[in-house]
Design a protein around this ligand. Structure first.
Ligand code: HEC
Length: 327
């Protein structure tokens, strides 16, 4: 009886969701339709330009650049992935399945599987550890709480525990390292200081090297990232294959970046500034034209206005374009 009622409720909810668009207030007409038109035109042009040659190609590229400029900073919001009808069907299916399982197979509540029990137990353990640590405030209890929370990926609690531990024991290396890792996950710039201090104090802690490498990589310091990841492997880090992949990627990136920057310094910097800030030639840093690879290729190889053509090999050009995109 209960099951039938729940099923009915879910079915009605699903029906409601499916029909809502028909009854809801009309969406206001989307503001300036020009942007949408621009975007559509941009898409078509980018497709077409591949087949064009000579003067026509130039015109098309110029138009693409103009469109990118007009659209600067604006991209349509991602369409919502919640479509009412499939959602309704899904809900219906889930409800049916649930009722079926409940009535005919499992002698307990739906959802009460062994996995759920396991989680409940761990959550209970974590709660007990948290309560004790908050009550006693002793470093050992804080450490036990922080470790459990970190292990269960309950990161807010891990941060609370380790930060409190740091207040009590500022030299606790594990706390310094874990706080560094948690800061890194939240994108806080202090992460670097914490991780560097921790790895200096305890160079045998593999996980610290992993995150320090990630951090350096994010900052574009590939050499240091590679060194940190190598330390991770030396100290017995477990994610060997993944980290070896990361090292290879950083090596390739470092090579290309170096090459691209070299080409830029040799052939462009005199007019466009050492960091693309502009000079005789216009500013390139943040210039929307850089988003249109084809257009930049054309400008470099053929020149434009008072800018001379710069003959480059295919390889140099690709590395340069990569570098310009990173400006
Ligand atoms: C001798 C000076 C000089 C050199 C060298 C030079 N440029 Fe230019 N560049 C200019 C000038 C001047 C313009 C503006 C041309 C115009 O629109 O009339 C320009 C325009 C551009 C533009 C278009 C910018 C925009 O906003 O439309 C790009 C992209 C560009 N240069 C990239 C490069 C790259 C990449 C290199 C190196 C391979 C390079 N330039 C080398 C002087 C130079």
């Amino acid at each position: 009886m209960m099951a039938t009622l729940i099923f009915l409720a879910l079915f009605l909810l699903a029906l409601f969701l499916a029909l809502r668009p028909l009854f809801g207030p009309k969406e206001p007409f989307p503001e300036p339709p020009r942007r949408e038109e621009f975007l559509r035109e941009l898409e078509v042009l980018k497709e077409e330009v591949k087949a064009l040659e000579g003067e026509e190609k130039k015109l098309a590229l110029a138009r693409i650049v103009a469109l990118e400029r007009a659209l600067e900073g604006w991209r349509p919001p991602k369409p919502s992935s919640l479509r009412p009808l499939p959602l309704a069907i899904l809900l219906g299916a889930v409800a049916l399945l649930g009722v079926g399982l409940w009535q005919y197979t499992l002698p307990r509540l739906p959802g009460e599987t062994t996995v759920a029990v396991f989680r409940v137990e761990e959550a209970r353990e974590l709660r007990a550890l948290a309560e004790r640590a908050r009550r006693t405030g002793s470093p050992e209890d804080l450490l036990a709480w922080g470790r459990k929370a970190y292990e269960l990926e309950v990161y807010e609690q891990a941060a609370e525990a380790y930060l409190e531990l740091l207040r009590k024991e500022p030299t606790n290396v594990e706390a310094v390292r874990r706080v560094g890792i948690l800061f890194f996950m939240s994108g806080l710039p202090e992460a670097r200081l914490f991780l560097e201090i921790a790895q200096h104090a305890d160079p045998e802690a593999a996980e610290g090297w992993l995150f320090l490498g990630n951090l350096y990589f994010q900052e574009g310091r590939y050499g240091e990232a590679i060194a940190a990841w190598e330390r991770y492997l030396e100290t017995g880090g477990e994610a060997r294959e993944r980290v070896q992949g990361l090292i290879a990627m950083a090596r390739a990136q470092a090579q290309r970046g170096k090459d691209g920057r070299g080409v830029y310094q040799a052939h462009c910097a005199a007019c466009h500034g050492a960091a693309g800030e502009g000079g005789v030639g216009p500013r390139l840093k943040g210039n929307p034209v850089l988003r249109v690879r084809e257009a930049v290729r054309e400008i470099v190889l053929e020149g434009r206005g008072t800018m001379p053509a710069v003959p480059l090999s295919q390889e140099e050009l690709e590395a340069l374009l990569d570098y310009l995109e990173s400006l």
